[in-house]
Write a protein that binds this ligand. Structure first.
Ligand code: NDP
Length: 353
């Protein structure tokens, strides 16, 4: 019988600390045996995401996320294949995805009855041939970028708007910058953490300009790259970067409050309030800053995924992944993503179908 391994939470990092790989443990675990109404799945790919940082705390600070349990497998977005089924609704070989995929090489799911967990069959041939797409451009990051812009961006074709995207070279940001140009923004400026990422944004994704917040004077660069002010801000990071952007925003402009990763290693509530000076500017300029949560737009997912798929297949939306190999690399992949080690979507490749 094949061996099985999992990654469990060894200890919590503490709300105000950076997560280290020692918080996790990769270990052997029993190979599940299944009963009627259950399926055995082999994990193919896992997603590591910023929201998981909150789940490492005892209190997640939100009502829609539960804390991860100590000594239990981590769970998050994942995709896998059925290797054995004792359910008449599921067949061996079918590809499945879930928001609650355990960090285990092999796992069982209850798929019938009251205790069944939510797993969805992957029907798209495109995704079956490149399963990690469902964790990236055709999953939550793509949905977040497109719905964030369409629901909160107030982008108007022909209005010559300027958008700034922070966290611009990551999963959501890299897609948001491309989508917003397709929707009509004429000046797209990205903010990210390395020179390589800046080059990627300009050369591969057609951003007009990019700012390396670790080396550049962000205020001076915004002044240079946004001569007509800023109309839309897709905010993935918060903190000082966002303060600089908001200072340059035009009257009646809009912030898409997507995430605040610069605050995730602190005990700040979410969303954190702006500092007093920035809040005064926001109010004086009548800048909207409503929290955006993609899960609130569940009804729009099918239509939005169809649009994303079309844009991707037509080559209008480029999608980049940073892939780490093997389940044992998942803790390092998470820690690295939180520190900016990824370009595009950080994926953990566990096995082939
Ligand atoms: P990314 O792929 O963008 O990875 C995270 C990136 O954040 C890193 O690569 C790093 O890039 C950047 N970063 C880390 N620390 C800091 C810091 N202190 N200051 C500035 N940048 C930092 O992740 P996602 O695309 O998955 O998520 C991006 C944001 O979107 C997150 O805030 C996340 O919580 C949010 N999100 C919100 C959703 C919603 O429904 N509202 C849904 C999904 C995600 P760099 O090198 O540039 O520093």
């Amino acid at each position: 019988m094949a061996q099985n391994h999992c990654v469990v939470l060894d200890h919590r990092p503490g709300e105000d600390n950076v997560t280290s790989v020692q918080c996790f443990q990769f270990k052997e675990c029993p190979m599940p045996t299944i009963e009627d109404g259950q399926i055995l799945v082999k994990t193919l790919c896992l997603s590591v995401d910023p929201y998981m940082r909150n789940r490492l705390n005892q209190q997640t600070g939100t009502d829609y996320m539960s804390p991860l349990k100590l000594d239990s497998p981590i769970d998050g977005g994942g995709v896998g294949v059925i290797v054995e089924s004792k359910s008449r609704h599921f067949c061996k070989g079918e590809i499945l995805e879930s928001f609650h995929w355990p960090w285990q090489e092999y796992a069982k799911y209850e798929v019938e009855g009251f205790n069944s967990l939510i797993v969805n069959k992957v029907e798209s041939e495109l995704v079956k041939n490149h399963v990690s797409l469902i964790l990236g451009v055709l999953g939550i990051p793509g949905l977040t970028a497109l719905l964030g812009i369409s629901e909160m961006g107030h982008v108007v074709e022909g209005a010559n708007q300027t958008i700034v995207v922070s966290g611009a070279a990551g999963a959501c940001g890299s897609l948001a910058g491309q989508i917003v140009r397709l929707k009509g923004c004429t000046n797209v400026v990205g903010i990210c953490g390395t020179a390589d990422k800046c080059n990627f944004l300009k050369e591969e994704l057609n951003f007009d300009n990019a700012i390396n917040y670790k080396e550049d004077d962000v205020d001076a660069k915004l002044e240079e790259f946004c001569p007509n002010g800023i109309d839309v801000y897709f905010d993935n990071v918060g903190g000082n970067i966002s303060n600089s952007v908001i200072r340059k925003m035009n009257k009646d402009s809009h912030i898409i409050l997507c995430g605040q990763i610069s605050m995730y290693n602190t005990s700040q509530p979410y969303p954190p309030p702006l500092d007093e000076e920035t809040e005064q500017i926001r109010e004086a300029q009548n800048i909207t800053r409503e929290r955006f949560l993609v899960l609130n737009y569940y009804d729009l997912f099918p239509k939005t995924l169809a649009e994303l798929k079309e844009l991707y297949q037509e080559g209008k939306l480029k999608y980049q992944e940073t892939v780490s190999e093997g389940l044992e690399s998942a803790p390092e992949a998470f820690v690295s993503m939180m520190a900016g080690g990824n370009i595009g979507k950080q994926i953990v490749h566990v096995a082939d179908p």
